[in-house]
Design a protein around this ligand. Structure first.
Ligand code: PMP
Length: 407
């Protein structure tokens, strides 16, 4: 991969150039949300200043312009995920919304009492709770692939869980808490062998790894734009055409219908069947700028840079006495989660913030995973394209300062 000029890239992100508590900001909370390049901010402003209008039904100029931009984003997302058809890209409000859509529109229609759903022990709450709700309603059974001490999924246990009762498997591609990259292609193949459909939670992978839904043979793939330099409140559900066509609608309302009478309503074709109401037009339009930004730098180069930071951070943090990294999986994205003897993660986070360093602390919406490791939470540093080794040095110094103050 070509190497990136990180100082140049940092100029593209206006938010990075500021002092927090009289120190230059070190933003290491990218797994929660990434910062936005100027191109994305401009796309939002240009939309509101130049062609804000409601889409699809309008015949006036601005409505046509907004519709064209909205649909251009769908094509951009199609190529970002390498979906075969543009109709397979459903705009949502994010990963959480996409998983709920599948649980409701697929699960309630096709899953019955006694059917089994398999998730993993490292799922985000958004890939646990919608399935629990479905299980409660439909009488299905939730099974969990355990996580080993390194932070890898125990695939032998997965083999044992799979059976003809398995109807759906939903697993995270890359863990937001540990950084683990799961062998989702293998997981998908094995699920297909017993006739189950698979949803991949791509909230983290979409920003750090090249995703090809056709190569993975994923049935559903969900992600959030705000994790890959795009706006908040906007995400995508990819689904295979045949599945999306067979599914019930999710929400009823405008846009998702063909004809409405009081006696009977017929539904629109995909993707519109799943896009009731006025969507988040501005943010959908702006996601195209995020995809182009990533494309221009190249996903491979971004991943290579982040892996370089991951290895450097792992080295630097491992040298600190009393610090233990949680999650040393075979393959990882740029996430380092750690605990420290005698220091609560919350104190760690507050004192790092006093030094201008933004990290996340707590359970990271993965409480069962924290229970697995016998901890209440971690301090997590997570990297994006604009982070530098200098910033990791600042983090390591910052942690040592916390130790000095607290111990
Ligand atoms: N899954 C994973 C792995 C995540 O990291 C996140 C966001 N932290 C989500 C799901 C939920 O994404 P969102 O809040 O954008 O719906």
């Amino acid at each position: 991969a070509p190497s990136l000029d990180i100082q140049q890239i940092r100029q593209d992100f206006p938010i990075l150039d500021q002092q927090i508590n009289n120190r230059p900001l070190v933003y290491l909370d990218n797994a929660a949300t990434t910062q936005k390049p100027r191109a994305v901010i401009d796309a939002l402003t240009n939309y509101y200043e130049g062609y804000n209008a409601n889409i699809h039904r309008g015949i006036h100029h601005l409505a046509e312009q907004a519709t064209a931009a909205f649909e251009a984003s769908r094509r951009a997302m199609q190529s970002f995920l390498n979906a075969e058809h543009w109709q397979e890209i459903i705009f949502t409000y994010g990963t959480t919304d996409g998983i709920n859509l599948v649980a409701q529109a697929y699960g309630r229609r096709f899953l019955n009492a006694g059917d089994e759903i398999i998730i993993s022990g490292m799922e985000h709450h958004s890939n646990i709770v919608p399935w629990q709700m479905l299980c409660e309603e439909r009488g299905c059974v939730l099974k969990v692939i355990p996580v080993d001490e390194q932070g890898d999924l125990m695939l032998d246990e997965y083999d044992n869980l799979l059976s003809e009762k398995t109807k759906l498997v939903s697993v995270v591609h890359a863990s937001n808490s540990l950084g683990t990259v799961n062998p989702v292609k293998t997981i998908i193949d094995k699920a297909h062998a017993v006739g189950a459909v698979v949803l991949i939670d791509g909230a983290q992978s979409s920003s750090h790894l090249t995703v090809d839904v056709q190569d993975l043979d994923a049935d559903f793939f969900v992600c959030s734009a705000h994790k890959f330099y795009g706006p908040t409140g906007m995400g995508v559900l990819y689904g295979k055409t045949a599945l999306l066509e067979a599914m019930s609608p999710y929400r009823g309302g405008g846009e998702m219908i063909r004809e409405v009478t009081f006696e009977k309503t017929t539904y629109n074709d995909i993707p519109y069947k799943f896009e009731a109401g006025t969507p988040n037009i501005a943010d959908v339009v702006a996601v195209k700028a995020a995809i182009e930004y990533i494309g221009q730098l190249s996903k491979e180069a971004i991943s290579a840079h982040e892996l370089d930071l991951l290895h450097y951070a792992t080295e630097q943090l491992s040298e600190i006495d009393g610090l233990r990294i949680i999650g040393q999986a075979r393959e990882k994205i740029g996430v380092v989660s750690f605990v420290m003897d005698g220091i609560h993660h919350q104190d760690m986070g507050v004192i790092l913030d006093q030094q201008g360093i933004a990290v996340r602390t707590g359970h990271h919406c993965t409480m069962p995973l924290m229970h697995r490791f016998g901890i209440a939470g971690t301090t997590r540093a997570s990297f994006a394209v604009y982070n530098t080794k200098d910033e990791i040095d600042r983090l390591a110094q910052g942690i040592r300062r916390v130790q000095k103050m607290m111990l």
